[in-house]
Design a protein around this ligand. Structure first.
Ligand code: T4K
Length: 405
């Protein structure tokens, strides 16, 4: 790897798409999992092995549920095997039916979870100047068949929840938030987790706080929590006593061990993300046509997604060009959430005209690029990635020519 501090700026020739060698000898992923203390993790796993209690509401799952509820300041936290099943459990427990308004600009699991339980997703555009669902568009999409609105706190930035709560109350709709990106993020000084009827978190390996695979539902409603716990465990209310159509959505003890251990290093994970975010923000700030999604520093943030938007008209390079330039350097940036759920199957076939309602979503999916961060990305790595981007944007026509060869 080449030195960055004090070294001359990278030139076009230094780039791997020209005559240079890749600046990273190994692939740099965006979602390298964070791991807390290996020793503490192994200690917890050894305890689990000694107890011979591996799943089904074991002590580690119960401890993690209690700790997360306390941390988030919410009455109930129900851990699940992943966030996708958590979404399905929540939608089923709330008895959603007919149509549900949901953004297309999200990970496909948000929408699949609706379709999977036989509810029609109605795609809503993003708000101007935001990557989150537009409440005014959502209001216009409400019909007599609408049963809920599902917002997604994309990148950890809270939806316009006050407006959405007013719309949901006015039309007697359920309101659910997919908070998969928003663990440890606040809005109006309050950690996300208490909004709407319930909120869903993802603790997948690629999230800054992970349980290998895992998810959680948080809610203030004791009634909903009880129903969710039944649904998560096949509907068992006691031995041999099944009271509803449940499924297996349980988190295992080894996953909870990872979560308890990660929780002890949460500040360290966030500090690494924030350090990288600030490097990207400051180094890329002056580039015309490149905009970094900024986080409000007066709120708590996890900084786990470093998101840039590239305006080809201003930079001379498209997002896809930049993606290829970075890939040549072994930097695996990702174009989340291209091409938008409405252009993925089965929605593309079921709702071929959905795009007409989604002009801002369609434009954004062509511009967004997510850059690597997390503990596995050093400040030097982040600086080098910025140098590569700066060098490319300094010579867009030459880069386009090199890419076309
Ligand atoms: N709602 C929203 C808004 C979400 O973003 C997600 C998940 C969900 C719901 C559903 O949550 P879960 O049911 O998964 O709990 C990844 C994650 O798999 C997915 O969980 C996440 N969102 C999404 C944003 O990112 P992919 O398709 O990008 O995964 P993949 O395998 O390409 O991995 C991404 C990068 O991470 C790669 O460069 C490889 C690297 N990686 C991955 C894994 C699993 C590692 O370095 N180590 C690993 O162990 O979806």
């Amino acid at each position: 790897m080449k030195p960055i501090c004090g070294s001359p700026a990278l030139r076009l020739d230094d780039l791997a798409i020209a005559t240079g060698r890749p600046h990273f000898s190994e692939l740099l992923h965006i979602g390298r999992p964070n791991v807390g203390s290996e020793e503490l993790l192994l200690e917890r796993i050894r305890g689990m092995l000694r107890r011979r209690w591996f799943t089904n509401n074991g002590p580690l799952v119960l401890e993690l549920e209690a700790r997360l509820a306390h941390f988030l300041g919410v009455r109930h936290c129900i851990l699940t095997s992943n966030a996708t099943i958590a979404l399905e459990l929540a939608f089923r427990a709330l008895e959603l039916s007919g149509e549900v308004i949901v953004p297309s600009f999200t990970f496909v699991a948000t929408v699949h979870a609706l379709q999977w339980i036989g509810v029609k997703p109605v795609f809503c555009d993003i708000a101007p100047g935001s990557h989150n669902l537009d409440p005014e568009h959502a209001a216009r999409l409400i019909t007599p068949r609408t049963s809920a609105i599902v917002g997604v706190h994309l990148w950890g930035k809270a939806c316009a929840h006050q407006r959405l709560a007013a719309i949901a109350a006015q039309h007697r709709l359920r309101l659910v938030y997919d908070a998969s990106h928003a663990f440890a993020c606040s809005t109006n000084g309050q950690l996300i987790g208490s909004l709407g009827d319930c909120e869903i978190f993802s603790f997948h390996a690629t999230k800054f706080f992970n349980t290998f695979e895992g998810g959680a539902i948080t809610t203030a409603s004791t009634e909903l929590a009880q129903k969710l716990r039944l649904l998560r465990n096949f509907g068992f209310a006691g031995i041999d006593q099944v009271v509803n159509l449940g499924i297996n959505g349980k988190m295992s003890e080894i996953c909870a061990a990872m979560g308890l251990t990660g929780l002890e290093s949460l500040d360290e994970f966030i500090a690494a993300n924030r350090r990288n975010y600030l490097i990207y923000r400051d180094r890329l700030a002056a580039l015309p046509g490149l905009q970094l999604v900024r986080f409000d520093e007066s709120e708590r943030q996890n900084y786990q997604y470093v998101v840039i938007e590239i305006d080809e008209a201003a930079t001379g390079l498209s997002r896809n060009d930049l993606l290829r330039i970075l890939e040549a350097e072994n930097v695996l940036a990702r174009r989340y959430f291209y091409p938008g759920c409405h252009r993925m199957e089965p929605y593309r076939t079921l709702y071929p005209d959905a795009g007409r309602e989604l002009p801002r979503t369609e434009a954004l999916t062509e511009r967004v690029l997510v850059l690597p961060t997390g503990l596995a990305v050093s400040s030097r790595d982040a600086e080098l990635i910025c140098e590569i981007i700066i060098a490319a944007l300094r010579s867009p026509a030459e880069c386009k020519h090199l890419l076309s060869r």
